[in-house]
Design a protein around this ligand. Sequence first.
Ligand code: UD1
Length: 366
Amino acid sequence: MSARGRVAGRPVLLVAGARPNFMKVAPIIRELRARSIETVLVHTGQHYDKAMSGVFFEELEIPAPGYSLEVGSGSHAVQTARIMERFEPVLLGVDPEWVVVVGDVNSTIACALVAAKEQYPVAHVEAGLRSGDLSMPEEINRLVVDRLSDVLLASSDDAVANLEREGYDSSKVALVGNVMIDTLELSLSRVTQADVLERHGLVADSFALVTLHRPSNVDDPDHLVALLETIVAGLPLHRIVWPIHPRLRNVALHIPSEIELIDPVGYIDSLALQREARMVLTDSGGIQEETTVLGTPCLTLRESTERPVTVSEGTNRVVGVRPADIAVAIADELSSRTEPRRPSLWDGRARFRVVDALYPDVQSEG
Ligand code: UD1
C-alpha cells in the first residue's frame, strides 16, 4: 500500500479521458454512490469532441466531472505531460482515499504516475491485459500502470495469469470480471429500441461494420486502402459501414466509395450496429469484448490481441493485417457461424466486485 495509506471518509477519485474509458467508469461510479461513497470524476479532456465524449456522459448518465483538465490532443509526450501537470494540483486538492484508473490510454498512465509519486493508493481496472506488442502505445501504458498500482483488478483469467507470471503478489490482484459488460447489460433495452439502422437504411445481417483507428492501420494511406479494398472485395453482397474516428478526417479522400463513412456514433448506436451486423472488422479493444457478448462475429485486424478470452470463448478471430489473410477470414466467416460462450465473470456484476475489492467492509445492496 502506498505510504499515505487510505484515509476513510475521503472521496474516491476516478479518471476518465478517452472514449473507451467512459463505459468503464460509469458502473463503478454508480455502485460507489449506491454505497454512499463520495466520488470525484476527473475528465482529462484527451477526447473532447461531443461525439467522442459528451454523448457518452448523456447516454450513460455519468455525473458531470468535478474537474475537466481540457488537455486536448498532442504527441504522446505532450499529451501525457499536460495531463500530469494539470492533474497534480487536482489530486492534492481532492486528497482522495483511492485513485481509480481504467484501461490503457494516455490519461490512465499520466494520472497513475502522478498519484503513485504522491503516494496515493492506485487501483487499476482492466489490469493484466497484455498483447506482447510493445509497438502499441497502449501496451507500454498497461505495463507501467500495473507496476504503479496498489490493487490490480483483472477482467479475465488470462490477465491474472499474466500478472502472476510477471511476479505480482497475488494479494494485490483480484479477478473482478469486465465492467464494460455491466454497462452493456444496463443498456440493452435501449439498444433494442435504437433507430440507427433505420436512419442509415440498414437491414440486420446484411451489412458489415468497420472500425479502424490504430495508427498502425490508418496512418499509412496505402496500407489502409489495401485493407479496405480487401474488405470490399470480400463482401460484395453486404453494405459496409464505418463510423470514422476523428483522427482520420484527413485521409477520408482515399477511402473506396463502397465504404459508407458515417460520423462517430454514440454508445447505444454502436452496440446496436455491432449487434445487428453480419460481422465486425475492427482494431478496437473494447469492440472485441462487446461483439463476444453480443454474439456477432468479429475479425480483429491486428497481429495480436490483449484480450485472448474473446478468441478462446467468444466470437473473435485475430486475422492480422495481410490482405490475403483477411480475405480468407472473411470467406470463412461467411460460410460458418461460431457459437459464443461468455467469459467467466462477464456477467454484468463486475462493478460490485470492483467496489468490494476497494471497500470490503461496505456492503452492497445490489
Ligand atoms: C486513444 C487511445 C486508444 C483508444 C482510442 C479510442 C491512447 C494512447 N490511445 O487513441 O487506446 O483505442 O483513444 O478512441 O491514449 N481527435 C479529435 N477529437 C477528439 C479526440 C481526438 O479530433 O475528441 C483526433 C485528434 O486529431 C488527435 C487524434 O484524434 O490528434 C488522436 O487522439 P488521441 O487521444 O491522441 O488518440 P486516439 O487515436 O483517439
